[in-house]
Each structure stands twice: as structure tokens, then as C-alpha cells.
Design a protein around this ligand. Structure first.
Ligand SMILES: Nc1nc2c(c(=O)[nH]1)N[C@H]1C(S)=C(S)[C@@H](COP(=O)(O)O)O[C@H]1N2
Ligand SMILES: [Mo]
Length: 301
């Protein structure tokens, strides 16, 4: 498999939005100006993805712990304290425990990944994440042979998360992946966007990103990761199992019971909302289709 989107940027390669916006000029005539960064940028651009700008990514959010409106997270997430932060890794692992966020960051290598992001509500963006592969974190904890699934949990702290005062979902928000999905090299733990720390409304200090699945699988502000032998419960499936399955792979041929998934509204671009066809596995078919060989994706939606 050729992961053409993969490049070698680290957290030291600061990539402010301005650099992205002017990258064509830079690539055209800036010999001697941070060549490694430019090479990385060129690699990331091979996928032909134009990232959304910072304002789109950080002002149009779903994070129900801070309210159900698209601008509620940007307005309310400042109340979240993220220092100190630790992630409990437990279940079927050799080294269970509470891992301090700083220690995780010291052990992991952060790189940039420009991914398509497709919400089940039929809108999409392109996000330049910074993060590390979930596989590396799970390997660090030592995966035991009986593990088949990975369960994730978001912080429960209603004093800071105003939306948790309302029973819109069964708090804390929980999600899950099959172990092979969790170990796939596309599966990212994001800690940044555009080279900056990930904003609170986007799931600080660390959140999952599974680019071939609907956005709600990409659980934010994670405090617990549990390796298990059973398919874990997931918040949206608990809320409405007829509409939201465990797999939730992006699939233009499997409609939501209440709307089509064949196309998506592209966020950004001002007044002129653009629509585009939705791609199988959100454009990552070549990389992930083999995970689902022989499965009926209409039954396992
Ligand atoms: N804890 C938690 N994680 C969550 C959600 C949420 O409400 N709570 N919303 C999900 C949904 S529906 C989407 S589309 C994405 C949105 O991520 P973004 O705001 O960074 O674009 O986060 C997902 N992760
Ligand atoms: Mo979503």
C-alpha cells in the first residue's frame, strides 16, 4: 500500500495557515526556505486536497457536550480545563494505567495528515490534522492476544461541559472500533490542526480521527481507551440504533433512513454552498476496503 498522504512533518514544523495559503508562491520561488517543510507540503498536496480554513474548522462543530448548535462548541468550550490531562488505558493490555498527556506526547511522533472529514449529516471539510497513529499508542500499552475491539470515552465534567446538563446523549460520549480498524495506519489521534494545538471545540487535547467513517466515530477529548474482546457500545447507536450503526463507514450507496448519503455539502466558500458526490469510504477505499471484505455493508452500516 502506498500511503501517499503520509509525510514526515513533526510537531516542530510549525505550519501556520498563512504558509498554507501562500504555499504556491513559496513552492514556486522560495529556494532555500525550509525545504524539508516544503517537500512535506508537496507530499501532502499530492492527494489534491485543499484544506478548509482555520475559521471553518473551528467555528462549525459538533461537540454535544457543549451544546447541539454548530457554534455552541466554539462559544462554550473555553470553560474546559485540559491541564492536567491523562488517558486511562486499560482492559486487555500489558501495561494498564493512567498515562499523562505530556508523557504520551514524548513517546509518540507527531506528523501532519490532510484528511477528508465527512459528517453523517451530509456536510464535509478537509482538515490538516497533526497527530500520531493510534496503533503506536496501543502498541506502547501492549495489546494482549484476546483483544478484538477498542472502546473510547470522552471526559464527563458537567461543571465545564454545559451540554452535559441535558440528556441529549447518554454521557459520557463513547465510541469504539474493531482492533484492525484501530490499528490501521490511517487512524489518527489528533493533537493539532494547522500546526497549532487542537482547539477545545475540536476535542483538545486529543481526539480520534477515522477518516473513512462518519465524523461521529471521531470521538473528542478522550480520557479512556479500553481494549476488549466484545463490540463496545457507542453513543449514537445507543441513542438511535436504527439510524446509526457500529461501523458507520462513509458509503454513498447506503442512505441514512431520513436522508441520502450520495452527496455532501462542502463547508466553506462563503455564500455559494457547493455540493459534491460522496466517495466510497470517503475516498479511502483503496486503503481500507480490505478490512470489510465479504461483509454486507448495508447490514453492517
Ligand atoms: N465527545 C464527542 N465527540 C464527538 C462529537 C460529540 O458530540 N462529542 N461529535 C462528533 C461529530 S457528529 C462530528 S461530525 C465530529 C466533529 O468534529 P469537528 O468539530 O472537529 O469537525 O466530532 C465527533 N466527535
Ligand atoms: Mo457528525
Amino acid at each position: 500500500m502506498a500511503f501517499r498522504w503520509k509525510n514526515t512533518l513533526t510537531e516542530n514544523d510549525v505550519t501556520p495557515e498563512a504558509l498554507y495559503l501562500s504555499r504556491r508562491q513559496l513552492m514556486g520561488g522560495a529556494a532555500g526556505l525550509g525545504l524539508a517543510t516544503l517537500a512535506g507540503r508537496a507530499g501532502a498536496m499530492e492527494a489534491g486536497l485543499e484544506p478548509n480554513d482555520w475559521d471553518d474548522i473551528t467555528s462549525y462543530n459538533n461537540f454535544y457536550e457543549f451544546g447541539t448548535g454548530k457554534s455552541d462548541p466554539a462559544n462554550n468550550a473555553h470553560a474546559l480545563t485540559i491541564d492536567p490531562w491523562s488517558v486511562r488505558i486499560d482492559g486487555l493490555v500489558d501495561k494498564p494505567g493512567d498515562y499523562a498527556f505530556e508523557d504520551i506526547m514524548k513517546a509518540m511522533s507527531v506528523e501532519e495528515r490532510i484528511y477528508r472529514f465527512r459528517c453523517v449529516e451530509a456536510w464535509s471539510m478537509v482538515v490538516p490534522w497533526n497527530g500520531f497513529e493510534l496503533a503506536d499508542l496501543l502498541t506502547m500499552a501492549g495489546i494482549q492476544s484476546g483483544a478484538k475491539y477498542v472502546a473510547f470515552e470522552t471526559l464527563y465534567r458537567p461543571e465545564e461541559m454545559v451540554g452535559q446538563k441535558y440528556a441529549v446523549l447518554d454521557w459520557p460520549y463513547v465510541e469504539g472500533l474493531r482492533l484492525d480498524e484501530a490499528m490501521h495506519p490511517l487512524t489518527l489521534m489528533a493533537t493539532g490542526i494547522y500546526g497549532r494545538d487542537i482547539p477545545k471545540q475540536n476535542g483538545a487535547p486529543l481526539r480520534l480521527v477515522v477518516p473513512w467513517k462518519y465524523g461521529f466515530k471521531s470521538i473528542k477529548s478522550i480520557v479512556r481507551i479500553t481494549l476488549t474482546d466484545k463490540e463496545p457500545p457507542t453513543s449514537w447507536n445507543i441513542a438511535n440504533g436504527r439510524e446509526y450503526g457500529f461501523y458507520s463507514n462513509v458509503n454513498p450507496k447506503v442512505d441514512h433512513p431520513r436522508w441520502s448519503q450520495a452527496s455532501e455539502r462542502v463547508i466553506g466558500g462563503g455564500l455559494f454552498a457547493r455540493k459534491q458526490p460522496t466517495l466510497m469510504f470517503n475516498g479511502y477505499e483503496e486503503e481500507v476496503a480490505s478490512l470489510y471484505a465479504g461483509m454486507d455493508l448495508g447490514t453492517f452500516f
